[in-house]
Design a protein around this ligand. Sequence first.
Ligand code: 5RP
Length: 223
Amino acid sequence: MTQDELKQAVAQAAIQYVVEDSIVGVGTGSTANFFIDELAKIKHKIKGAVASSEATAARLRGHGISVFDLNEVSAMPVYIDGADEITPQGAMIKGGGAALTREKIVASVADKFICIADGSKLVDLLGKFPLPIEVIPMAQAVVMRKLNALGGAAHLRLKDGQPLLTDNGNIIIDVHGLQITDPVALEAAMNNIVGVVTVGLFAKQGANVCLLGTAGGVKTLTF
Ligand code: 5RP
C-alpha cells in the first residue's frame, strides 16, 4: 500500500469515533484532508466541525460541512488529526503544517484526541522530525538563542524565501537534532520561553487513541 492509501485507511477508520449530532474537531494536513473527505459522506449525521486552520475550514466548507467558531462551542467529543511523530505512549510532534497552535487549542476542548497516522509516524524517541515552535516575530532571535541552549539547532521556517507566517501571523522555528527523552518536561521548558506561542510537542495532553495505518491493516493503540 502507498502512504496515501494508508492515510486514507486510517481516515476511514476514524469515522467510527465520530459521535452523531455532535461537533467534530478537525485537524490539518494530508491525513486530516482524507478524514474531511470521509466526514463529508456522513455530514448529515453531524452538527458541524471546528477547524484547526484556514485550510481545513475551506475544505470543510467546500464539502458543505458547517464550520463553527470555537468560541461558540463548549463541548466536543472528539478531535481528529494527524501527527508528524507519535510514540507508543501517545506523545506527539505536530506542526509540520504550521497549524500547531490552533490544533492544540481545539484539541484542548475535545474529550478525546484521535490521532490518525501512517505507520511511518510511530517512533520510540521523538525528535528526528524537527520540532515546530510558533513564535511572536519580534522574539525570533532571543527565542532561537534559548532553543539552541536547550540542545537543538533552531531554524526559521521559510516559504518562497520568506519567513512562513502562520494563520495567526506568527513565525515557525523548527528545532533540529533533538532526542526527546522526556517530552512532558521539554514541552513545559519550551512553553516557559517568553515569545513562544506554542510548542509542537503534544505530550502533557497527548493522543487518547492512535489509528495507525500498516501493511497488515489499521492498528488501534489506546493510551
Ligand atoms: C499540521 C500537523 C499535521 O497533523 C502533521 O504535520 C501531519 O501531517 P500529514 O498528515 O500531512 O502527514 O501537525 O500542523
